[in-house]
Design a protein around this ligand. Structure first.
Ligand code: ZN
Length: 146
Protein backbone atom coordinates (compact mmCIF):
# COMPACT_ATOMS: atom_id res chain seq x y z
CA UNK A 1 0.00 0.00 0.00
CA UNK A 2 1.71 3.20 -1.14
CA UNK A 3 2.10 6.13 1.23
CA UNK A 4 2.06 9.77 0.23
CA UNK A 5 5.51 11.30 0.30
CA UNK A 6 3.93 14.51 1.59
CA UNK A 7 0.53 14.21 3.29
CA UNK A 8 0.15 17.99 3.37
CA UNK A 9 0.29 18.16 -0.42
CA UNK A 10 -0.87 14.80 -1.78
CA UNK A 11 -3.80 12.72 -0.55
CA UNK A 12 -3.80 9.20 -2.01
CA UNK A 13 -6.91 7.28 -3.01
CA UNK A 14 -7.82 4.15 -1.04
CA UNK A 15 -5.93 1.91 -3.46
CA UNK A 16 -2.95 4.27 -3.42
CA UNK A 17 -2.76 4.36 -7.19
CA UNK A 18 -4.22 7.80 -7.70
CA UNK A 19 -4.72 10.85 -5.58
CA UNK A 20 -5.48 14.52 -5.25
CA UNK A 21 -3.44 17.59 -4.45
CA UNK A 22 -4.60 19.21 -1.25
CA UNK A 23 -4.44 22.63 0.34
CA UNK A 24 -6.70 25.27 1.77
CA UNK A 25 -9.19 27.86 0.64
CA UNK A 26 -9.50 31.13 2.50
CA UNK A 27 -13.12 31.61 3.57
CA UNK A 28 -12.64 35.39 3.79
CA UNK A 29 -11.22 36.23 0.35
CA UNK A 30 -11.53 32.93 -1.54
CA UNK A 31 -7.83 32.53 -2.40
CA UNK A 32 -6.66 28.91 -2.65
CA UNK A 33 -3.31 27.72 -1.30
CA UNK A 34 -1.53 24.51 -2.29
CA UNK A 35 -0.02 22.67 0.66
CA UNK A 36 0.12 23.55 4.34
CA UNK A 37 -0.98 26.99 5.52
CA UNK A 38 -1.82 28.57 8.85
CA UNK A 39 -3.06 31.85 7.44
CA UNK A 40 -4.06 33.29 4.06
CA UNK A 41 -1.09 34.73 2.20
CA UNK A 42 -3.41 37.20 0.50
CA UNK A 43 -5.52 38.65 3.32
CA UNK A 44 -3.83 37.12 6.45
CA UNK A 45 -7.11 35.56 7.67
CA UNK A 46 -6.77 32.27 9.53
CA UNK A 47 -10.29 31.24 8.48
CA UNK A 48 -9.10 28.46 6.17
CA UNK A 49 -10.97 25.41 4.93
CA UNK A 50 -9.18 22.24 3.70
CA UNK A 51 -9.76 21.48 0.03
CA UNK A 52 -8.84 19.03 -2.68
CA UNK A 53 -7.83 20.27 -6.09
CA UNK A 54 -8.85 18.71 -9.38
CA UNK A 55 -6.15 16.74 -11.16
CA UNK A 56 -5.77 19.12 -14.06
CA UNK A 57 -3.80 22.24 -14.79
CA UNK A 58 -2.01 24.28 -17.42
CA UNK A 59 1.73 24.22 -18.06
CA UNK A 60 2.86 27.67 -16.92
CA UNK A 61 6.61 27.17 -17.31
CA UNK A 62 9.14 24.36 -17.42
CA UNK A 63 12.84 23.68 -17.44
CA UNK A 64 15.01 20.72 -18.40
CA UNK A 65 17.19 19.70 -15.47
CA UNK A 66 20.52 18.19 -16.54
CA UNK A 67 22.28 18.52 -13.18
CA UNK A 68 19.98 17.01 -10.54
CA UNK A 69 20.04 17.83 -6.85
CA UNK A 70 22.07 15.45 -4.69
CA UNK A 71 20.10 12.36 -3.78
CA UNK A 72 18.06 12.45 -6.99
CA UNK A 73 17.34 8.85 -8.03
CA UNK A 74 15.22 9.46 -11.11
CA UNK A 75 16.21 9.75 -14.75
CA UNK A 76 18.48 12.59 -15.95
CA UNK A 77 17.77 14.85 -17.70
CA UNK A 78 14.26 15.37 -16.46
CA UNK A 79 11.66 18.10 -16.80
CA UNK A 80 10.59 20.27 -13.91
CA UNK A 81 7.24 21.84 -14.66
CA UNK A 82 5.31 24.66 -13.03
CA UNK A 83 1.60 24.00 -13.51
CA UNK A 84 -1.14 26.53 -12.82
CA UNK A 85 -4.25 24.97 -11.30
CA UNK A 86 -7.65 26.35 -12.36
CA UNK A 87 -8.14 27.24 -8.67
CA UNK A 88 -5.07 29.51 -8.87
CA UNK A 89 -2.07 27.93 -7.14
CA UNK A 90 1.07 26.97 -9.04
CA UNK A 91 2.48 23.50 -8.38
CA UNK A 92 6.08 22.61 -9.17
CA UNK A 93 6.80 18.94 -9.91
CA UNK A 94 8.61 16.59 -12.24
CA UNK A 95 6.97 16.12 -15.64
CA UNK A 96 6.81 12.46 -16.74
CA UNK A 97 5.69 10.67 -19.90
CA UNK A 98 6.69 13.73 -21.91
CA UNK A 99 8.55 14.20 -25.15
CA UNK A 100 10.50 17.40 -24.39
CA UNK A 101 10.19 19.04 -27.85
CA UNK A 102 6.43 18.57 -27.69
CA UNK A 103 6.04 20.53 -24.45
CA UNK A 104 4.34 23.89 -24.84
CA UNK A 105 3.56 26.57 -22.30
CA UNK A 106 -0.22 26.65 -21.99
CA UNK A 107 -0.79 22.96 -22.73
CA UNK A 108 -3.04 20.87 -20.50
CA UNK A 109 -1.41 18.76 -17.81
CA UNK A 110 -2.77 16.11 -15.50
CA UNK A 111 -1.69 14.84 -12.12
CA UNK A 112 0.36 11.64 -12.09
CA UNK A 113 0.83 9.70 -8.88
CA UNK A 114 4.06 7.77 -9.21
CA UNK A 115 6.13 5.56 -6.91
CA UNK A 116 9.46 6.90 -5.70
CA UNK A 117 12.03 4.10 -5.96
CA UNK A 118 14.88 4.07 -3.46
CA UNK A 119 13.34 6.73 -1.29
CA UNK A 120 15.20 7.17 2.04
CA UNK A 121 11.93 6.61 3.92
CA UNK A 122 11.65 3.19 2.30
CA UNK A 123 9.69 1.51 -0.44
CA UNK A 124 6.09 2.28 -1.16
CA UNK A 125 6.34 6.07 -1.17
CA UNK A 126 4.36 7.87 -3.86
CA UNK A 127 4.83 11.41 -5.12
CA UNK A 128 2.86 13.81 -7.28
CA UNK A 129 4.09 14.53 -10.77
CA UNK A 130 2.66 16.00 -13.94
CA UNK A 131 2.14 14.46 -17.34
CA UNK A 132 0.76 15.99 -20.51
CA UNK A 133 -3.02 15.51 -20.46
CA UNK A 134 -4.22 12.57 -22.51
CA UNK A 135 -0.91 10.66 -22.55
CA UNK A 136 -1.39 7.02 -21.67
CA UNK A 137 -0.23 6.13 -18.22
CA UNK A 138 3.08 4.38 -17.69
CA UNK A 139 3.67 2.43 -14.53
CA UNK A 140 6.82 4.17 -13.43
CA UNK A 141 6.85 7.53 -15.18
CA UNK A 142 8.94 6.61 -18.14
CA UNK A 143 12.19 7.93 -19.47
CA UNK A 144 12.17 11.05 -21.56
CA UNK A 145 13.15 10.56 -25.18
CA UNK A 146 15.57 13.27 -26.38
ZN1 ZN B 1 -7.78 35.40 2.33
Amino acid sequence: MPTSIDLQRLKLSDDGLSGALVGFQCLECGVCVFGPATFCQSCTSDNLSPMEFGGRGMLFSYTVVRVPPSGWTGPVPYVLGEVELPEGPHVLAEVVDADIPSLRVGMGMELAVAPVPEHPKGDGMSAYKWRPAGVSQSAKGGRIPL
